[in-house]
Design a protein around this ligand. Structure first.
Ligand SMILES: C[S@@+](CC[C@H](N)C(=O)[O-])C[C@H]1O[C@@H](n2cnc3c(N)ncnc32)[C@H](O)[C@@H]1O
Length: 195
């Protein structure tokens, strides 16, 4: 079975769903071969409902942005500017469409295998990482976020307990001051501040 990011041969079947979060309504186009085709992922929802949106400012990078939910939702409720990166071209195309659909202009989506095409530094990096891509990709995203964060920059991660949240938390402590800011039905939301 193919991975959800290995979708070039999958027939397109455009879908749209509506969701309410942080007191607003959003609509998202999705398609076959993208993560969480039918609804806002529960882990992503937990992440978005756990972070302190009042502290989000400056530049934000969403690693593994999929069809753009994190950037689009946060750009409506903060004044920050957003970049979303992914390897899934179909998801990136949908993300740009979703930005227009939700009248959001301060977001930019582009292809990047982890940080390969990332040129800037950010005040915040946010990720619901691609567990199915394997531990080396996930660790590349979370451990190397430190090279793309501004001083006092913050990394937010959502990960399930059974996907290795506890061992990741231990390993993150080598580079960051960490705090589990929420636990919800097995999902851990981890806040990491650069040492
Ligand atoms: C768990 S999904 C999260 C999607 C979206 N942020 C959300 O919350 O609904 C992880 C995303 O990471 C992407 N991904 C997989 N491997 C990647 C890589 N090497 N570099 C960047 N993104 C990757 C997948 O295509 C997928 O869209």
């Amino acid at each position: 079975m193919g991975q959800y990011f290995d979708n070039e041969k999958l027939k397109s079947e455009l879908n749209i769903f509506k969701t309410r979060i942080l007191d607003r309504e959003y609509s998202f186009y999705t398609d076959n071969g993208v993560f969480s085709k039918n609804k806002l992922d529960f882990g992503t929802r937990t992440l978005l409902e756990s972070i302190d949106i009042n502290e989000i400012h400056g530049k934000v990078l969403d690693v593994g942005c999929g069809y753009g939910v994190i950037d689009i939702i946060l750009s409506k409720v903060t004044n920050a500017s957003f970049e979303g990166i992914d390897v899934n071209l179909r998801a990136l195309h949908l993300a740009s469409r979703n930005a227009k659909l939700n009248n959001v202009s301060n977001v930019k989506f582009y292809e990047s295998n982890v940080y390969k095409n990332v040129k800037s530094k950010y005040n915040f990096i946010i990720t619901n990482p691609p567990i199915r891509a394997g531990k080396s990709v996930v660790y590349d995203i979370v451990m190397n976020a430190r090279f793309h964060l501004e001083e006092n920059g913050i990394l937010y991660i959502v990960i399930r307990k059974e996907q290795g949240a506890k061992s990741m938390l231990r390993d993150l402590q080598n580079y960051y001051k960490t705090e589990v800011i929420n636990k919800n039905k097995g999902f851990f939301v981890i806040k990491c501040i650069l040492h």
